[in-house]
Ligand binder design. Structure first.
Ligand code: PEP
Ligand code: MN
Length: 262
């Protein structure tokens, strides 16, 4: 992952799209896949607004075992149905090596969530595939730890790694996490890998998404991950931080203008 051995920025092919090139990679969709009808509807709306990837959790790493855990394989199937309708490549989280073959067969990019950033077995297994991997920063991981996790994937042969800053745990309790915007220039200096920003999980509240997204673009991020839900108040997970499709549309207009200036 070290820029010393690879001075040029890496561009990663994900489905028919790339991340790390000139164009911003915009990944949007609900926290959890809730039904086929929901994921198809949201996919159409985010595509119209300018997103180029669809996200949606099928396997959810919830803090409480009593919270909704995801629709699992049924959720993967619904994501594929949304891809068939819209053509958007799918990004979704893999939590266990148990499902790796299903993921390789059905998703365009495998997400490794913050809680699994140092699940070294999982990292090695996704490293043996050639699927692009979205590696989220651990809850309190340093830049070095995060890049070493990327190294675990790459050392097995898979160099298609994209990093995602999603906020870190600090002493501050007024927001869900603290968005570390400096991660973008620091990672760009240390590594050739693309880095995107997830302002939704960072702030944890929808009103914080716009400022986080804009600062990510200005800082030089290669893309954004934004949670968008058809009915945030009744979302099965992370409703407080989800934008409605209309709010997402307005954000995209501002983001694209900003990206042109940058
Ligand atoms: C998610 O993207 O839905 C998620 C669980 O994110 P994180 O791993 O960053 O908390
Ligand atoms: Mn979420």
């Amino acid at each position: 992952a070290n820029r010393k051995f690879h001075p040029e920025n890496s561009e990663i092919q994900v489905g028919q799209e790339t991340i790390g090139g000139h164009k911003l990679g915009i990944i949007a969709g609900p926290c959890s896949v809730e039904s086929e009808e929901q994921i198809i509807r949201v996919a159409k709306q985010i595509k119209k607004a300018g997103a180029n990837f669809l996200r949606g959790g099928a396997f959810k790493p919830r803090t409480s075992p009593y919270s909704f855990q995801g629709l699992e394989l049924e959720g993967l199937r619904m994501l594929q149905a949304a891809k068939a309708e819209t053509g958007l490549p799918i990004v979704t989280e893999l939590m266990s090596v148990k499902w790796i073959d299903e993921f390789v067969d059905s998703v365009d990019m495998i997400q490794i969530g913050a809680r699994n950033m140092q699940n070294f077995d999982l990292l090695k297994e996704v490293g043996k595939t050639n699927k692009p991997v979205l590696l989220k920063r651990g809850l309190s991981a340093t830049y070095k730890e995060w890049l070493m996790s990327a190294e675990y994937i790459m050392s097995e042969g898979n160099e298609n790694v994209i990093l995602c800053e999603r906020g870190i745990r600090t002493f501050e309790t007024g927001t869900r996490n603290t968005l570390d915007i400096q991660a973008v220039p620091v990672i760009k200096k240390l590594s050739h890998l693309p880095i995107i920003v997830d302002p939704s999980h960072a702030g944890g509240m929808s009103y914080l998404v716009e400022s986080g997204a804009k600062s990510g673009i200005v800082a030089g991020a290669d893309g954004l991950m934004i949670e968008v839900h058809n009915d945030p108040e009744n979302a099965w997970s992370d409703g407080e931080q989800c934008l409605t499709p209309d709010e997402f549309g307005l954000l995209m207009e501002k983001a694209q203008k900003l990206a042109e200036v940058e």
